[in-house]
Design a protein around this ligand. Structure first.
Ligand code: ATP
Ligand SMILES: Nc1ccn([C@H]2C[C@H](O)[C@@H](COP(=O)(O)O)O2)c(=O)n1
Length: 294
């Protein structure tokens, strides 16, 4: 009898079919959401969706159609966004520089088949995107795109890893509005000064230095006039935090069930390993980075 039971157990499928695992990463500007989310997705073999890039595509559409940031002019934008074909793909990025180093893949964004990865980070888009992202109907249209892109990315990932596939999405309202039932919600935070220093470094590494850089990551806080100091950038980031927290539609909030990670004094590697291991723990698979207990 025992032998029979054992044989039946051996024949039983190992993994019970389950919904794919969703990791939602939210937080203020320059807290490290997108770089962390991409690295975590790579480490777990998950899909990745940069939700900010969808708002940026909506903004590019507005600019190309000559739609200004006046609310009445934006009335038709939500319909345009709903009809657009927007795709966000993860690209195998630079190889790690040494053994054990973290891979942060690049992201490619397609708007109606055109590669707009650079165009959506132009100074014009940076200037308009916050206004576009505060529009209720545009947010509803983007929400539908976010969910359908995530479903596609999840099914690709689960086709490769049937027992533990999933998707990582980063933004401002992923754990609160887009995926309120996400299996793991992270709220990534850091002091305004730490974020300003990172932004400064980002701008410097992109060529012209903070004073003249046109495209510094996603830096919307960069005014047309050049920044003279890290303190200026910190003040701009605080202004943006205020706008994000106080806007009417989907304001930036910490979901009650989110794990808050303040990475002010944390290395990039540690936060990536910690989040990946939290996901593994919740999926019931062994942790890989035992030193990274949070
Ligand atoms: N723990 C960390 N220590 C130092 N630098 C970090 C850390 N985490 C992320 N960074 C760096 O901070 C910079 C900003 O990160 P990232 O672009 O991922 O932020 P973000 O939150 O997605 O920004 P935004 O909201 O504007 O899109 C990047 O250069 C990233 O490599
Ligand atoms: N889930 C999201 C993602 C982004 N936004 C807003 C915030 C920014 O104004 C804009 C672009 O985001 P970024 O690429 O800089 O991360 O979109 C949002 O409201 N909700």
């Amino acid at each position: 009898m025992l032998c029979r039971a054992a044989a039946v157990l051996r024949r039983a499928p190992r993994a019970v079919p389950r919904r794919a695992f969703t990791v939602a990463i939210d937080g203020p500007a320059a807290s490290g959401k997108s770089s962390t989310a991409r690295a975590v997705a790579h480490e777990l073999g998950f899909g990745y969706i940069d939700s900010g890039s969808i708002y940026r595509c909506a903004t590019l559409l507005a600019l190309r159609q000559g739609i200004s940031d006046a609310a009445e002019d934006r009335a038709g934008l939500a319909a345009l966004v709903g009809q657009a074909d927007i795709d966000v793909r993860i690209r195998p990025g630079p190889r790690p520089a040494g053994p054990g180093q973290i891979v942060v893949p690049d992201v490619q964004v397609l708007l109606d088949g055109e590669d707009v990865s650079r165009a959506i980070r132009s100074p014009e888009v940076n200037r308009l995107v916050a206004a576009v992202a505060s529009d209720g109907p545009v947010r509803d249209a983007v929400l539908r795109i976010q969910r359908s892109l995530a479903a596609a990315a999840e099914s690709l990932s689960t086709a490769r890893h049937p027992a533990h596939g999933g998707v990582v999405m980063d933004g401002r309202d992923i754990g609160t509005a887009v995926f309120p039932n996400a299996e793991l919600k992270i709220y990534l935070d850091a002091s305004a000064m730490a974020r300003a220093i990172r932004r400064w470094d980002q701008m410097s590494s992109q060529g012209n230095g903070p004073a003249g850089s046109a495209d510094a990551g996603n830096a919307q806080e960069q005014p047309p006039a050049a920044h003279s100091s890290v303190e200026d950038i910190a003040r701009e980031l605080e202004k943006r935090d205020y706008t994000d927290i106080n806007r009417k539609h989907s304001p930036l909030r910490i979901a009650p069930d989110a794990v808050v990670i303040d990475n002010t004094n944390m290395t990039f590697e540690r936060q990536v390993h910690a989040i990946a291991d939290l996901a593994r723990e919740r999926m019931g698979v062994p942790r890989r980075h035992d030193d990274d207990d949070m």
